[in-house]
Design a protein around this ligand. Sequence first.
Ligand SMILES: [Fe+2]
Length: 331
Amino acid sequence: MEPFTELTALGYIGVRSSRLDEWGDYATRLLGMQAVDQASTIRAFRMDDRKQRLIVQHGPEEGLGFIGWETTSAAALDRLATRLEAHGIAVRRAPRALADERHVKELIQFLDPAGNPLEVFHGAAIADTPFRPSRPISGFRTGPFGMGHAVLNVEDATALLPFYRDVLGFHVSDYGLTPYALYFFHLNGRHHSFAMVGSGKRGVHHFMVEFCQLDDVGQGYDLALLETNRLAYTLGRHTNDHMTSYYTHTPSGFFVETGWGGRTIDPPTWQPHETFDGPSLWGHDRLYMEPEPRAKLQTMRLDAAARGIRAPVVLPDCPWAQTIFASAEKG
Ligand SMILES: [Fe+2]
């Protein structure tokens, strides 16, 4: 069977929170996004030429409002809606007013089998003014790679796999099965636009936004360190997508990962595979975690390091290494 190709990227993320002012400060001063809407019940933020990427709506509970997945056309949206309905998923075609609020041409809304609210849209509106970051960053890596990635906590990741892979059409990048199931999925050249962690919990674990330069990450890290209890994971590098990043606590309790240097994969030739080396090559010490699981992750990192597991050197950026590697290959 040919893989489904309707979904192309993570388009936007919606958060529900009673702490709109805290989110306004966090998303601008720390993340570097641009606030575009200061209405009393909503905050919206830009990351690029789109009118909005992050939307925080007022609500009594903290957590995920919706994840907006992008498709290419009205025809692709209809095809996906039909497939969802054929699998017994109730699909709501959103009214014009909601599409206008999302700044898209058209969208559908539905729940995944665990009850997470999802949307699929096409035709995102482009702003008529240039993006202006709130701190001097080089910019966010979006475009064909989308907004970044979203990661959900779920009670049973394996049970949700058929929905995400076989109905929505997410492509498995890689997965780990111990100590619990963890699946990563791609929709484009970004190693993963979505992941689910079978942690037994529910709701959003984190979302990730990627900067264009490592200095954007480091300068944000310094700002995060100025605050008490803002940092959740120390600076580190992930094993599978090679992202150099740190995680902070959002005002809503989940995390945001801010990173740089994520790998670009070639989806047509990519082969899904199981991974065994733990989540991080170095760093990412989870400051919020209980001592026992935290120490276990540390052991996995030290073991990966001792075995020489590292991301490949990107040769064009590192001429001296190119010389060394070329001579090493000649033997
Ligand atoms: Fe992540």
